[in-house]
Design a protein around this ligand. Structure first.
Ligand code: HEC
Ligand code: HEC
Length: 361
């Protein structure tokens, strides 16, 4: 996976070798489905519109839908199967449990409010004792689809990620030595860990339960219904916005199932986003450089997924865009080198609203 691809061709699969494999895989899948589709038309000549209307996300998410738009750079969400419901329920409880913080004041949900798009809508999150974090909090919805976690990709898995905030001094500011006895002393919690993991609560089992819960946070939206062939799931204006999003090349980076979350890219491909800003050696603006110390990773970030993005202002790792309009305009200028006409900005914003999915309470 190259982290420094300064070309921004609108071809989707130019950016990584994994991308090539995906492209080949998708090609094979398309051939199989096209043959299937032909056979189906031949046998039953179905009313295409009617067939498409039935194309809803089912539990497996792998349904072969005649009118599905398989040639799009975005792919419909697959609802996960095989999750352990007991772990999901335990993880959900732990996600909301402030005992994971030093002074029992902050839970994961304090910064990742599931009723507010999975974020706190603050430029910088507020942790234990009112301390503020370095970067804007991303959403936990659909985070399981990201190829790595955190803006700089420093965690490989959700399990690894879930350990971070507990011990982060400006987030939950605790140690596992403080947290685990609190959970072990809670008879109800301890019994559930015993039943599921045959163990007392440990760092590994707490992280696993939270991660399993996060894997359930998948939010299908109207755009998925459109991708599955339901033509009127989005309005004409929104479709126009999607076309602009494709035409301008946003899909070179924001693509696939999470509309992003599958590559690293420099913030400021076409123009220096940090011109005039002082960036010292440990500045979070350095992005992935802080993890790898490689020159080419300076200002490189994980491309964020754009699902539910209408619910998660402010934008960018440094919260430097207050509105979606501003974020889209800046993306045009700094990532694509174009000053997008304001009609296109507006229309892309309409499209981005179609990515708002079903939220939990
Ligand atoms: C004080 C606020 C705060 C708390 C508490 C908190 N987070 Fe976060 N979370 C953040 C911030 C800020 C980031 C981004 C940090 C970074 O990228 O360096 C983040 C990143 C994440 C990510 C990565 C998402 C992505 O797209 O990369 C996940 C997943 C996540 N948090 C889950 C959790 C879980 C699980 C807990 C509880 C164990 C938790 N968070 C507690 C603020 C918080
Ligand atoms: C060359 C890759 C690339 C292209 C092309 C690109 N983006 Fe981005 N996008 C990124 C990266 C990287 C970030 C994260 C920047 C940061 O915060 O450091 C981002 C962030 C965003 C965000 C903010 C998300 C959030 O949660 O904060 C939005 C919205 C967005 N892009 C929309 C677009 C649109 C619309 C286009 C087309 C006009 C576009 N992007 C083109 C790479 C790209």
């Amino acid at each position: 996976m190259t982290s420094q691809n300064s070309s921004h061709s609108s071809s989707v699969f130019v950016t990584s070798s994994t991308g090539k494999k995906v492209a080949v895989g998708l090609g094979i899948l398309m051939v199989v489905l096209l043959i299937g589709y032909g056979a189906l038309r031949f046998l039953s000549s179905p009313n295409e519109r009617g067939a498409a209307a039935e194309a809803t996300l089912n539990a497996s998410g792998h349904q072969a839908v005649p009118a599905a738009r398989l040639d799009e750079p975005l792919s419909p969400l697959r609802v996960p199967t095989g999750l352990d419901e007991q772990k999901v329920a335990l993880g959900r409880q732990l996600f909301h449990d402030p005992r994971l913080s030093k002074d029992n004041s902050i839970s994961c949900a304090s910064c990742h409010d599931l009723a507010r798009g999975g974020v706190d809508r603050l430029p910088r999150s507020i942790g234990v004792g009112g301390q503020t974090g370095e970067v804007n909090a991303p959403t936990v919805y659909n985070a399981s689809l990201n190829f790595r976690q955190f803006w700089d990709g420093r965690a490989a898995t959700l399990e690894e990620q879930a350990g971070g905030p507990v011990v982060n001094p400006v987030e939950m500011a605790a140690t596992w030595e403080e947290v685990l006895p609190k959970l072990q002393a809670d008879k109800e919690i301890a019994a559930r860990f015993r039943a599921i993991y045959n163990s007392v609560p440990t760092a590994a089992t707490v992280q696993n339960a939270i991660a399993e819960f996060e894997r359930s946070l998948i939010t299908p939206s109207r755009m998925d219904r459109w991708l599955l062939g339901e033509a009127d799931a989005i309005t004409d204006k929104e479709l126009e916005g999607y076309r602009a999003f494709r035409r301008h090349g946003c899909v070179a980076c924001h693509q696939g199932e999470n509309v992003g979350g599958n590559l690293f890219q420099r913030f400021g491909v076409m123009q220096d986003y940090y011109a005039g800003r002082k960036v010292d050696d440990n500045d979070p603006d350095l992005g992935r450089f802080r993890v790898t110390k490689r020159e080419e990773d300076r200002f490189v970030f994980k491309v964020p997924g754009l699902r539910n993005v209408a619910l998660t202002p402010p934008y960018f790792h440094d919260a430097s865009a207050a509105t979606l309009e501003e974020a889209v305009t800046k993306m045009g200028r700094y990532q694509l080198g174009v000053d997008l006409p304001s009609e296109d900005v507006q229309s892309i914003v309409w499209f981005l609203h179609t990515l708002t999915g079903e939220q939990l309470q």
